[in-house]
Ligand binder design. Structure first.
Ligand code: 13P
Length: 219
């Protein structure tokens, strides 16, 4: 569902940004959030405090505008490239949450994919959450790397950087961001005491089927 470029949509992005700092998914002005709207992509401005942010402070990357064109009082997030490129590559995605959550970022420092160490990985569309190659923040190289890591998935880790969760709606993307950080934490902790058992791809496909027909609201 494509939402309107309304005050309510913009306020929801601000609330989600504040929530990501409250629930430990993010800290300070790290991270950025966007939503696909009827008029283009609405995205948080670069480096501004979420606590004092107002709906009119968000940037709009207008539909059909040149790559990088924006309207708004402040520059869009420095990561506007990957936000734009993910929406262009993925018609199933209407919201993007990028955060520097601690455990996902620790795994990203080791360049570790998350394997199927827990069945909840199926919520991301397959048996792995990939770690994208490192590239400097804000770059086209980073954008290309994350679009690739997200192929067939609703989340990825970003080499020596953080993570991205994408969803059908902002609530869906936020839910996945929390789940991704939880999986990263559980995987990290399991690695401290041994080698976690990895579920087979066929089992993750079965979980995916079961989730579609009997679990949750995102199926
Ligand atoms: P912005 O403040 O420009 O969105 O950048 C934060 C960030 O996480 C860059 O990757």
């Amino acid at each position: 569902m494509i939402v309107q470029n309304s005050t309510a949509t913009r306020q929801a992005i601000i609330e989600a940004s504040r929530e990501s700092n409250r629930n430990g998914l993010n800290q300070g002005t790290s991270g950025n959030i966007s939503v696909r709207t009827d008029e283009g992509v609405v995205i948080t401005p670069t480096s501004r405090a979420y606590e004092t942010m107002k709906p009119e402070d968000l940037a709009l990357l207008p539909l059909g505008g040149a790559y990088g064109a924006y309207t708004g009082p402040y520059k869009p997030s420095s990561e506007w490239r990957f936000h734009s490129d993910i929406y262009a590559a993925r018609s199933d995605v209407n919201a993007i949450v990028h955060v520097h959550a601690t455990y996902a970022t620790v795994l990203s420092m080791l360049r570790k994919d998350i394997p199927a160490c827990h069945y909840m990985i199926a919520a991301f569309g397959g048996p792995t959450i990939r770690c994208a190659d490192y590239a400097i923040f804000g770059s086209k190289e980073l954008s290309d790397a994350v679009v690739k890591a997200l192929e067939g998935r609703l989340g990825c880790i970003m080499g020596t950087h953080g993570m991205i969760a994408v969803g059908k709606t902002l609530d869906h993307a936020m839910w996945l961001a929390v789940e991704l950080e939880n999986l990263a934490k559980q995987y990290y902790l399991a690695l401290q005491i041994g080698e976690p058992v990895i579920l087979a791809d066929e089992e993750i496909a079965r979980v995916d089927e079961r989730m579609k027909h009997g679990y949750g609201i995102w199926g």
